[in-house]
Design a protein. Structure first.
Length: 484
């Protein structure tokens, strides 16, 4: 859904990423290209989301294309994208789409490091490592609806909102490369980078700093998606260094000719899992500042945020509340009446009730129906809302014993208060020039840096006790009001 984004730490590479994209002759068939491009890319970009930064994306693309130019012939047309994910992460699809997270880009300190990461992902594609990947289910649980007669209509609508079959909800897989695949990708990547004019040692540097950073991240962010799919050990880094020491290379003119030019591209990059542009979650309250909406989901439910819907799932996966865009514009009263007629026509169902609801964000119509065709009756709620800019639709369904939770959840939709708007802040990367002889602690105190001294050192690729030089450029974490 436009402007709505869920905050689930995205550990997901869907099973579609494991799609075999090469025929027996090593080339992708036309059918495979179409399937890979249409299905995999759409799923990633709808479920994770693209970070909208044209200047930074163009830079990543330029470095990637310089690397790809080294490939003599290839069946792949490589594309380079930035995903709106706070965790450090990088992955490739079988058909040549390379994705880097904004969380990983925040750690880059030289163009050589960026080239090393990109070359590594390119190599996974060219060596067809996806053919041997193993998927690990990391979010088990399939959503099921207890009602029988309503399943067709409700499952259809839920599937359209989430852009996936209903029986796939709650499932997520991540593909893990084998150690020998990582070693091969490292070895070939640093040679590719060197031929393109980049320091082959830089891949070891960025991996080391990535390890330092991830160890300092709070909570579940500590489990980086990058390390889940790309096992990294001190031995792996040592192997890269040994190989790189023997590579002769000639530096190319970087696309970012100075450290300032590089950091300008990272300036303002959101840090962490929250990007206010896509929504903010406080406990069970979801707020979307640009749309001026607030929702309170039931306590204990798992809140999920994607670019196309926001919602919550009961712990037992037997109930849900989701909000997305309505499939058709127009009067919410007419939409609700038409839907109630469709739903009530199912044999054995109670007649759907409709009611006008007054919300401060706009007119709304609520439809409620009980499906008693299963052992446990099921409550189903739909609500359409006309806001200033669009028409939204809630779907809530679960055991009838949960009807109050379902109803309260969807009716919690409202405008944000002035206090809530004032509380929305953007934590982002900024660049500061150091004073001669400053320690990292002193620079942090002077600039209001929110990073700890250890995190500041790791993000900047510096030893912990570094004494800074005059005008040395340092990345810091700044907290800034979203509405100014």
């Amino acid at each position: 859904m436009n402007h709505i984004r869920l905050l689930l730490p995205v550990k997901l590479l869907l099973t579609a990423l494991l799609l075999t994209a090469c025929g027996s002759n090593g080339l992708m068939t036309n059918a495979e290209k179409k399937l890979a491009t249409g299905d995999i890319v759409q799923q990633i970009e709808e479920q994770v989301g693209i970070y909208p930064a044209e200047f930074l994306t163009a830079y990543v693309d330029a470095v990637g294309r310089r690397l790809v130019a080294d490939l003599k012939t290839t069946p792949y047309y490589f594309r380079f994208r930035i995903i709106d994910q706070g965790q450090p992460n990088a992955f490739a699809t079988a058909n040549g789409y390379i994705y880097l997270s904004r969380g990983l880009l925040a750690l880059i300190n030289t163009e050589d490091e960026l080239a090393g990461i990109l070359a590594h992902q390119i190599t996974h594609v060219t060596q067809r490592h996806h053919l041997q990947q193993v998927a690990h289910n990391i979010q088990p649980g399939v959503l099921t609806l207890p009602g029988h007669r309503t399943n067709r209509v409700v499952a259809r609508d839920i599937s359209r909102v989430i852009k996936a079959p209903l029986d796939a909800v709650g499932e997520a897989h991540i593909a893990r490369y084998a150690d020998d695949q990582e070693s091969e990708a490292d070895r070939l990547a640093i040679h590719m980078a060197a031929r393109a004019g980049y320091d082959p040692m830089a891949l070891a540097t960025v991996l080391y700093n990535l390890i330092r950073t991830v160890r300092l991240l709070p909570g579940e962010q500590h489990e980086s998606a990058f390390f889940t799919s790309h096992p990294t050990t001190p031995e792996r880094i040592a192997d890269i260094k040994r190989e790189a020491e023997n590579i002769l290379w000639t530096p190319a003119q970087p696309f970012a000719p100075s450290k300032q030019d590089l950091l300008d591209r990272l300036n303002g990059l959101p840090w962490g899992i929250n990007n206010p542009m896509q929504g903010v979650l406080h406990d069970q309250q979801f707020m979307q500042p640009d749309m001026d909406i607030s929702i309170n989901f039931p306590d204990g439910w798992n809140v999920v945020n994607t670019p196309i819907f926001v919602g919550a799932f009961a712990p037992d996966h037997q109930a849900l509340i989701i909000l997305g865009s309505a499939e058709r514009p127009g009067s919410v009263a007419e939409i609700a009446a038409d839907f109630a007629t469709e739903l009530s026509s199912a044999e054995g169902l109670e007649a759907a009730t409709t009611e006008s609801v007054k919300l401060d964000i706009g007119p709304a119509y609520l439809v409620h129906l009980v499906d008693a065709s299963a052992e446990l009756p099921t409550s189903i709620y739909y609500m359409w809302i006309n806001t200033r800019n669009t028409t939204l639709r809630f779907i809530a369904t679960g055991a009838d014993s949960l009807r109050n939770q379902l109803r309260d959840g969807i009716l919690s939709l409202r405008s944000m208060t002035s206090e809530e708007k004032a509380s929305i802040a953007n934590e982002c990367i900024r660049t500061i020039a150091a004073n001669a002889g400053e320690s990292i602690q002193q620079l942090s105190a002077r600039t209001g840096n929110l990073f700890s001294p250890e995190m500041t050192a790791a993000v900047n690729g510096l030893p912990d006790n570094t004494i800074l030089k005059q005008h040395q450029l340092i990345k810091i974490l700044s907290r800034e009001a979203y509405f100014r």
